[in-house]
Write a protein that binds this ligand. Structure first.
Ligand code: XIL
Length: 378
């Protein structure tokens, strides 16, 4: 081997010569990932973030901010906007030809309490909350007018009541301070205000568990109702936080099929496939309880068996086969993370677990799941 070849093999980017995700899927849909942001160590001295950014630029053509545009970070106090991280992300996206997705304007979570309180600490009036909602949206959306392609305007506004048992699930507007104080009109106000602030941005409604049929139906009815009244809404975002075995492929396919039938463009907005047991019911477990649950809910703290990675690759392959089947109605598939070393699945719904949900492993190597996804379009 000549010296030149030795040097090249060290300095050339990791993914050189191989086909990338965005190239492999360019005739089907955008392939996106997230910008983790400072909160999770976006520091130029942090070599992991530098690597992540390299992979993002090489492999993906869309980016969503994981946290920095959420209300608690972008307007932590009334009238105090912190745009530095979002500015940086958008500059990075523009330098690397990434489609930008804004996330998110109206949500129950990660929204500071001040929105809902008056100056005496009581509940704010409806009029004031509507003004705050509009002011927040106008300020954030207009700052990036023309530079953000899609906005997740309202996030997670639909709830499923399971109290009557599985057979009688019903969906309704999720109980949030937005709903309690303003009523369901907060949704319409949000979309209209976002559209006025940036008429060129495509506005999405984003939610999880759309594989639950009543939730899907409710969400599609909500979109149809908004559209029928001229509210500018351009598509549905299905988060796609999956597990190895749930939800079923049938339930996933139903999302793709019904969305297409309803003529609502679909985005898979936050895809990952956890290999751990579903722990959402233990989300508020006490430390003691968690300790006991640990072995059961955190089975691979020191490394994941090949067999599990093969199962995960099969799962990704099954899911992407469906996505390809419905690709004429799917605009984008975004992964909720770049590599297993930086995933929310490690700390939600409970802290301290070790998950392996993405296509690239903790050593920045491609996993069987990566190959499975690429091989479908080879
Ligand atoms: C998560 C982030 O990944 C975490 O870092 C943060 O602590 C909580 O939020 N649905 C969404 C995303 O719409 O914004 C959430 O992101 C994951 C669930």
């Amino acid at each position: 081997m000549t010296n030149a070849i030795v040097i090249c093999s060290f300095i050339l980017p990791f993914f050189v010569n191989a086909e990338t995700l965005k190239e492999a899927y360019k005739d089907h849909f955008l392939m996106g990932t997230i910008w983790h942001g400072y909160k999770l160590g976006n520091d130029s001295r942090n070599r992991y973030i530098v690597k992540e950014k390299g992979i993002t630029a090489a492999e993906f053509n869309a980016v969503t901010p994981e946290n920095c545009m959420k209300p608690m970070f972008i307007q932590p106090e009334e009238g105090v906007f912190t745009f530095a991280e979002s500015d940086e992300m958008i500059e990075f996206a523009e330098a690397n030809n990434l489609v930008v997705v804004g996330h998110t304007l109206v949500w129950k979570n990660q929204t500071p309490a001040w929105f809902f309180l008056d100056d005496k600490g009581g509940q704010v009036s409806r009029e004031v909350l509507i003004e705050r909602l509009k002011m927040h949206i106008r300020t954030v959306v207009s700052r990036y007018r023309g530079r953000i392609d899609y906005w997740d305007v309202v996030n997670e506004a639909v709830a499923v009541d399971r109290s009557e048992g599985k057979r009688n699930q019903t969906a309704s507007y999720k109980s949030t301070p937005w709903l309690e104080i303003i009523g369901p009109e907060y949704i319409e106000i949000a979309y209209r205000t976002a559209h006025e602030a940036d008429p060129s941005a495509k506005l999405l409604y984003n939610d999880y568990n759309l594989d639950t049929e009543v939730k899907l139906d409710f969400s599609l009815a909500l979109i149809a109702d908004l559209k029928s009244r001229g509210v500018p809404i351009a598509g549905l975002g299905y988060q796609g936080h999956l597990f190895l075995k749930e939800p079923s492929l049938t339930a996933i396919e139903r999302v793709l099929r019904k969305t297409k039938q309803a003529d609502v463009p679909l985005h898979i907005t936050e895809l990952d496939v956890s290999v751990l047991p579903n722990a959402w019911e233990h989300r508020s477990a006490s430390v003691e309880e968690r300790f006991k649950l640990d072995k059961k809910l955190n089975p691979y703290p020191d490394g994941v068996p090949q067999k599990i990675l093969a199962e995960q690759a099969k799962r990704y392959s099954d899911v992407f086969s469906l996505l390809l089947q419905y690709s004429d109605n799917i605009e984008r598939v975004t992964f909720w993370g770049v590599w297993d070393g930086n995933s929310w699945r490690d700390y939600r719904p409970m802290l301290g677990r070790t998950d392996y949900p993405l296509l690239i492993d903790r050593k920045f190597e491609k996993k069987p799941a990566y190959d499975a996804v690429i091989n479908l379009v080879k």
